[in-house]
Write a protein that binds this ligand. Structure first.
Ligand code: ARG
Ligand code: GLU
Length: 731
């Protein structure tokens, strides 16, 4: 071999290594599990990959317009969660935390279904839920050409928006369905593509069963976002339809809905390495942000939001631990605030640990390199990185202040929320006179009635003062209300006085105001010290922050749209998936453990023994009742135990999921239900921004734990009889 050919060989090897590196960083990773795919495109994009990973179905069996397919069993639950049909009589399975509001609404002090659980003995006992709906997707069509007609690259954000809006409106008026049928048009790839979804909505959805919280919410906030997990996070509902099986408002004559497809249930479970897919309605991801945006999230936005909620949660926790009544009043609020607080901490840590910013920079460098060598690409995308840099630098202070304002004024100080509702009432009066005011009044009264049921003014005052202090310390002085232009010490005195003198913390005082004539009431509201502070705060924010923020944001959105198209053009070897946007998606992966830290490996399945291991008598998060403990002592597990002799409780996989995937079915290689998605593992919550197959895991309840609770714990075997149980592994 000559020296020359040796060199050539070496350099060819180098090229191959480099190519592999590119594929590893940016390419299609067969086993990675990244991606939330559109069901109608599985055939073109994913079928081969899915089958290589173990799927035994065809893409047509997953999604078909003409034949019954898996998608016909997948239901958008109230628009905020996912659920699935699991019997020929319209039985629906979703999470306990998805049905929480309904379970709570049927509860009374004597019959507290959150505490005791609820099981309808017969269909007549199933409970109606006004406002709740079950929505199916009939078909999905690409309407990009129609919606983007007339749009070009030289237009401003507002010009593009107005053409798109006009086209969508025209499309909708051409495609009007019946009362319960609707076409929804949604943007994909940041507005480069549009799809229309034909939906059918059933408005009669009844509560069938729910375990008590010590099963459905076992581990509560301590275990939230955490693996290993032992929560039976499920509840059961049923869709009802008119006698013609068509959607109908609630009526005693309605019948259980007969679905086009329902999921058979596998009794054989999963082992590490098995194929899984999760079907559902993921809410929002941001997988294609430039490095500047990710840096801002890690360094600016997440830390700000975490710090604010940290302060609020500590105050709430102190009061909740001291007083059982307060604990009950604040547990749902606390859970809501703690949920994303904990997620952001996980997200920030994960983005740092996986070097997300550096990875994005590498991608951008490669992007620029590819664009530079092609004059056409350079013309379209050459300016993007510089522009992103300018716009993100410009938006930073506004987006920081926006997060502060949202967290303090809109989310965590309750008296400010009251002020904003009462402010709307004042506007009604000022714009529409007494009629407008009187029209709005019952809604406000209803809101206040609800609010004061679970309100503690001492907590709120402390949160109000602490968060205002934080705002004053961290937000540019020019964006603060004038009240804050004093020393920290005098601010505290001033705020205490404002809070103490306000009627907005006091239900009786507000009631008295509502008894006045509209004119006097509005005068009293506007004179309230909290109202005055709120108007000042909102005024400064609207004028100096909200305006510039949305202007720059619209420009960034248009750059992002261009960048998305640029990525697709510059990386033709890669298959892209569009960011989640609450539309129906399929994600697939494998059952797999992970290494959260050096020398620690988490196995992928937990068992009932682990539930009892975590048991802390009388603890509000980890208590268990005698009935469940008895089942543990007698080992009365029926057919629900696995080879270990215990009942599997939860398992994890590499399926790429996000908020909105709660209640999504986990489906095996043959289309059977094996579990119910409800969470992600903490170390991998950055998957919304930077999916990393080494640590991103979704958490599912094993379906056998669900069946065990329904059958052995609740004795609701009539529900099991409705279902179709199968044995795909032991046929
Ligand atoms: N973390 C899950 C999800 O993101 C469950 C939330 C409900 N549970 C809770 N303890 N807050 O939404
Ligand atoms: N618990 C989340 C939900 O309510 C799902 C977990 C996640 O964000 O992945 O949708």
């Amino acid at each position: 071999m000559s020296v020359f050919s040796g060199l050539k060989l070496k350099s060819m090897k180098l090229i191959r290594v480099l190519l592999l590196a590119v594929v590893l960083c940016f390419g299609n990773l067969a086993f990675a599990g990244e991606g939330m795919w559109l069901p109608q495109l599985l055939k073109a994009l994913n079928e081969g990959d899915m089958q290589t990973m173990g799927m035994k179905l065809t893409a047509e069996q997953v999604y078909s317009v003409n034949e019954g397919s898996l998608k016909d069993a997948i239901v958008h639950f109230g628009g905020f969660c996912t659920s699935e049909v699991i019997s020929p009589e319209g039985l629906l399975l979703t999470n306990h935390h998805c049905g929480y509001g309904q379970i709570q609404s049927h509860s009374t002090i004597e019959d507290n279904y959150l505490k005791k659980g609820f099981w309808a003995a017969t269909k007549a006992d199933e409970k109606a839920n006004p406002g709740l709906f079950a929505r199916f997707i009939e078909r999905i069509d690409d309407v990009s050409e129609i919606i983007l007609k007339g749009v070009n690259d030289d237009m401003s954000p507002s010009e593009v928006q107005s053409i798109v809006d006009k086209n969508i409106n025209a499309y909708m008026s051409d495609n009007q369905g019946s009362q319960y049928e609707e076409w929804m048009v949604r943007p994909f790839f940041n507005g480069n593509q549009y799809f229309a979804f034909k939906t059918v909505t059933y408005p009669d959805v009844r509560l069938v069963g729910a375990p008590p919280e010590n099963i459905g919410k076992f581990g509560a906030d301590t275990d939230n976002w955490v693996w290993p997990r032992h929560t039976g996070d499920f509840s059961l509902f049923r869709i009802y339809a008119g006698t013609d099986n068509q959607p109908a408002e609630y009526s005693a004559d309605n019948q259980p809905f007969v679905p086009k497809h329902y999921l058979p249930i596998s009794m054989d479970g999963v082992s590490e390495g098995d194929f899984t897919m999760v079907f559902g309605f993921p809410g929002r991801t941001n997988q294609y942000l430039p490095s500047q945006a990710v840096r801002q999230i890690v360094e600016i936005n997440d830390p700000a939001k975490i710090e604010i909620r940290d302060v609020a949660l500590k105050i709430m926790d102190k009061y909740m631990r001291a007083d059982e009544k307060v604990r009950l009043q604040y547990s749902s609020k606390f859970a809501r605030i703690a949920n994303y607080w904990k997620k952001w901490i996980g997200e920030k840590t994960g983005l740092e640990k996986t070097n997300a910013v550096a990875k994005k920079q590498d991608l951008e460098e490669e992007f620029t390199k590819r664009v530079k060598v092609d004059s056409k690409l350079w013309g379209q995308y050459g300016h993007l990185m510089k522009k992103f840099g300018e716009k993100y630098a410009a938006i930073e202070r506004y987006s920081f202040t926006k997060d502060y304002y949202d967290e303090v004024v809109r989310r965590n100080v309750e008296i400010m929320t009251v002020a904003s509702v009462l402010d709307r009432m004042v506007s009604r009066f000022e714009n529409n006179g007494e009629a407008g005011y009187n029209d709005f009044k019952p809604r406000v009264a209803g809101y206040l009635e609800n609010h004061f049921k679970n309100y503690n003014a001492n907590i709120d005052q402390e949160v109000f003062i602490a968060l205002s202090d934080l705002y004053r310390d961290n937000v540019d002085r020019e964006y603060c209300p004038t009240t804050f232009s004093v020393t920290a010490k005098s601010l505290e005195v001033a705020l205490t006085d404002i809070f103490q003198r306000s009627a907005f913390k006091d239900q009786d005082k507000l009631k008295a105001i509502f008894e006045m004539t509209p004119e006097d009431a509005v005068k009293a509201l506007k004179g309230d010290p909290i109202y005055i502070l709120f108007s000042d705060w909102k005024g400064v924010y609207d004028e100096k922050v909200a305006g510039p923020y949305s202007e720059i944001k619209a420009e960034i959105d248009l750059l992002q749209k261009r960048y998305m198209r640029g990525l697709i053009d510059a990386f033709p070897e890669k298959t892209f998936w569009p960011d989640a946007n609450s539309t129906m998606r399929v994600t697939y992966g494998k059952v797999q453990g992970y290494e959260p830290r050096d020398a620690v490996y988490y196995k992928p399945v937990t068992h009932f023994d682990g539930v009892v291991e975590k048991y802390i008598p009388d603890d509000y998060e980890f208590d268990l009742d005698e009935k469940l403990l008895d089942l543990y002592r007698s080992k009365d597990y029926g057919p629900y135990a696995d080879a270990t002799g215990s009942v599997p409780v939860c398992f994890i996989g590499t399926n790429h999921t996000t908020g909105g995937n709660s209640g999504s079915p986990a489906i095996d290689a043959e289309g059977n239900l094996i579990g119910l998605n409800f969470d992600r593992a903490w170390e991998g919550t950055m998957s919304d921004i930077n999916y990393d197959p080494s640590i991103c895991r979704n958490i599912m309840v094993d379906i056998r734990y669900v069946l065990f609770v329904v059958d052995k714990y609740a004795g609701a075997s009539h529900l099991i009889e409705e279902m179709t149980l199968v044995h795909p592994k032991t046929k």
